[in-house]
Design a protein around this ligand. Structure first.
Ligand code: NDP
Length: 334
């Protein structure tokens, strides 16, 4: 059983030295449990938070313990009638070949309905994040302008596509011309802006001639600075992630801009609400019905970036925080 454990906690950017590949015994199955073999491992930005001991909404990974992560796994031994040998499940198997479970949190996957890896992307946690955050907090109305960054990733790409289905104008922000072209040519975004290009504030303003009604916040940093002056009265801002700052070791240089922000909140009557996807777990059936239906009808689509081999997970994860992935980042483990 190969497993990748957290070797030490990074200060700033993680490097391969913060991870360690180990061999351990395949765990044995106790009464009521199943043995799972990891087929695909999901890599997600939140894992940077788990590497840190700072207080957050979830406990950190302990030093020497396998990194946590969502997986598509195959049941290879079973003492649980709900999960027979051979079935595919979405699980929290972590960065390792094998894991055990008593069934808690496992979901059966029907490979006849959609490719199993969609359970880690558009039909899994990232898709649910886009659906619930946009529709419950963002509430786009026809004709409004919705802006989202990290727009070529699994969360942002679905936010833009759902915004379009609801009759809104979707503007995506992404790093580089290839991702921007993908947004407009393949996903149907109305406009795309390259945050690595020249003069982001001016390009974004040009892409949003009627201002911004919903800003789905995935990144923070200079992208947020460019968005803020464009927000319309009564704009909504679901705060989903702040990936631009996940490796930050200190606050950005001054002056303190929080009074400006609070004045905007007041005068423009902004609604800013942070959320964690599991706040909306009561919407999972509606999510699977709606997004599953749109996927089947070809009204939404997705892109995956599949990396071969568990040993390559650390490098791929480090790249995720810098935009080296193009689509939902997945490791093919076995
Ligand atoms: P992605 O696959 O989109 O990967 C992250 C992307 O962020 C990178 O590819 C990169 O894209 C972009 N990025 C990185 N650094 C910067 C930067 N400095 N400025 C602008 N963009 C940057 O990830 P996900 O779709 O899985 O996640 C998107 C966001 O949603 C993350 O913030 C994540 O933490 C959050 N999230 C929150 C959840 C919740 O429950 N609240 C649940 C799931 C995700 P590019 O090349 O375009 O710059």
């Amino acid at each position: 059983n190969r497993r990748i454990v957290l070797a030490s906690r990074p200060h700033g950017e993680p490097t391969p030295a913060h991870f360690r590949l180990e061999e351990s015994r395949v765990p044995s199955v106790r009464a009521g449990e199943v043995l799972l073999r990891t087929r695909w491992l999901s890599l997600d930005p939140y894992m940077r938070g788990r590497m840190s001991a700072a207080k957050s909404y979830a406990a950190p990974v302990a030093i020497g313990e396998p990194m946590t992560g969502g997986t598509v796994s195959e049941v290879v031994e079973s003492d649980n009638p709900d999960f027979p040998v051979g079935s595919l499940v979405s699980a929290f198997g972590g960065w390792q070949d094998f894991s055990t479970s008593d069934g808690t949190g496992l979901q059966r996957i029907d490979p006849a309905l959609a490719p199993p890896t969609t359970a880690l992307g558009i039909l899994g946690m990232p898709g649910m994040t886009a659906y619930t955050g946009l529709l419950t907090i963002g509430r786009p109305k026809p004709g409004e302008t919705v802006v989202v960054a990290a727009a070529a990733g699994p969360v942002g790409s679905l936010v833009g596509q759902i915004a379009r289905l609801k009759g809104a104008r979707a503007v995506g922000i992404a790093g580089g011309p290839d991702k921007c072209r993908y947004l407009t040519e393949e996903l149907g975004f109305d406009a795309a802006v390259d945050h690595r290009g020249e003069d982001l504030p001016a390009s974004l303003a040009a892409a949003c001639p009627k201002g911004i009604d919903v800003y789905f916040e995935n990144v923070g940093g200079p992208v947020f600075d460019a968005v803020l002056p464009l927000l319309n009265d009564f704009a909504r801002m679901p705060v989903c992630g702040l990936v631009a700052g996940y490796n930050a070791t200190e606050l950005p240089p001054g002056p303190d801009r929080s009074p400006t922000l609070m004045r905007m909140v007041l005068t423009k009557r902004l609604r800013i609400q942070g959320f964690i996807v599991w706040d909306f777990s009561d919407q999972i059936e509606a999510f699977l019905r709606d997004v599953g239906g749109w996927l089947k009808e070809g009204r939404v689509t997705y892109r995956e970036d599949v990396v071969e081999g568990l040993e390559n997970a650390p490098e791929a994860f480090i790249g995720l925080l810098k935009g080296r992935n193009f689509g939902k980042l997945i490791v093919h483990v076995s």
